[in-house]
Design a protein around this ligand. Structure first.
Ligand code: ADP
Ligand code: MG
Length: 249
């Protein structure tokens, strides 16, 4: 295979820097970030509070723009797209899962899941929606309102909503941060399953080594830089690496 016909990475960042604010109050949240995330992989981004994890995710997902460097989604260079193009890209090509679920309380489970399709004026593919609902374990719950569901079920609605557009990448920021340990494991297993059985690409921010151990690769952020990576590591090794980075000091 020549480099020309090689499959592009799902997301790639090159020389990314993000400075929040200006002058004496400026904060450098990301520096010299160069990384490529392969298609069909599960990547965890770890680091202590304030290390730049959320900024990394937002820049990678086109929710925020770097002050320097470039971000690509597949073959699309995000840098230089206008706000309308970025909005469309976020709606059509990426999915989001947040710690706080962010469901619409007045809509049913099914309406929440299919909302991104309606926003994109796309007709829901009934068989696909049904398959997603089944995969996330919400069959029989589609007529409920979010308030009638447990936290874990609400997060599974959010994951279904993120998957429904068949996005190139699902970005998750601390998706288990508001869940108990047992429920968190179910949600992590579900994200893992979307990678293994659907070929989904997932990028997940977490500060929990157990959560990160579900990923194929862990990127460690400290003070805005990627200082280390681990592949196929268990929770103990990930926790140990965090300690040695001095990240929990
Ligand atoms: P993390 O998610 O790892 O906790 P963040 O990406 O949220 O880290 O933040 C990285 C750094 O950038 C922190 O010092 C934070 O205070 C700063 N920061 C993040 N967002 C903003 C913002 N909108 N304005 C100013 N500073 C910000
Ligand atoms: Mg954060």
């Amino acid at each position: 295979m020549t480099t020309h016909d090689r499959i592009p990475d799902a997301v790639s960042l090159a020389g990314v820097e993000r400075i929040h604010g200006k002058g004496s109050t400026a904060v450098t949240a990301l520096r010299e970030i160069t990384v490529a995330i392969p298609r069909g992989s599960f990547t965890a981004v770890m680091g202590p509070s304030g290390s730049g994890k959320s900024t990394f995710l937002q820049c990678a997902a086109g929710l925020d723009s770097p002050t320097a460097g470039t971000v690509r989604l597949g073959e699309t260079m995000l840098t230089g797209l206008n706000e309308t193009q970025l909005t469309e890209l976020r709606r059509e090509r990426v999915g989001f899962v947040f710690q706080a679920f962010n469901l619409m309380p007045s809509l049913t489970v099914l309406e929440n899941i299919t909302l991104p399709l309606r926003l994109a004026r796309r007709r829901p593919d009934g068989a696909w929606v049904e398959e997603i609902v089944r995969r996330v374990g919400l069959t029989g719950r589609t007529g409920h309102r979010p308030a009638e569901l447990s936290g874990g079920q609400q997060q599974r609605v959010a994951i279904a909503r993120a998957l429904v557009t068949r996005p190139e990448v699902v970005f998750a920021d601390e998706p288990t941060g508001a869940l108990d340990t047992v429920t968190a494991k179910e949600v992590l297993a579900l994200l893992r399953d979307t990678v293994d059985s659907m070929g989904q690409t997932v990028v997940m921010v977490t500060h929990d080594p157990v959560a990160a151990s579900y990923a194929d690769e862990v990127l460690f952020l400290a003070d805005g830089r990627i200082t280390d990576t681990l592949t196929g590591a268990g929770a103990d090794r990930i926790a140990d690496r965090m300690t040695h980075l001095g990240a929990w000091a």
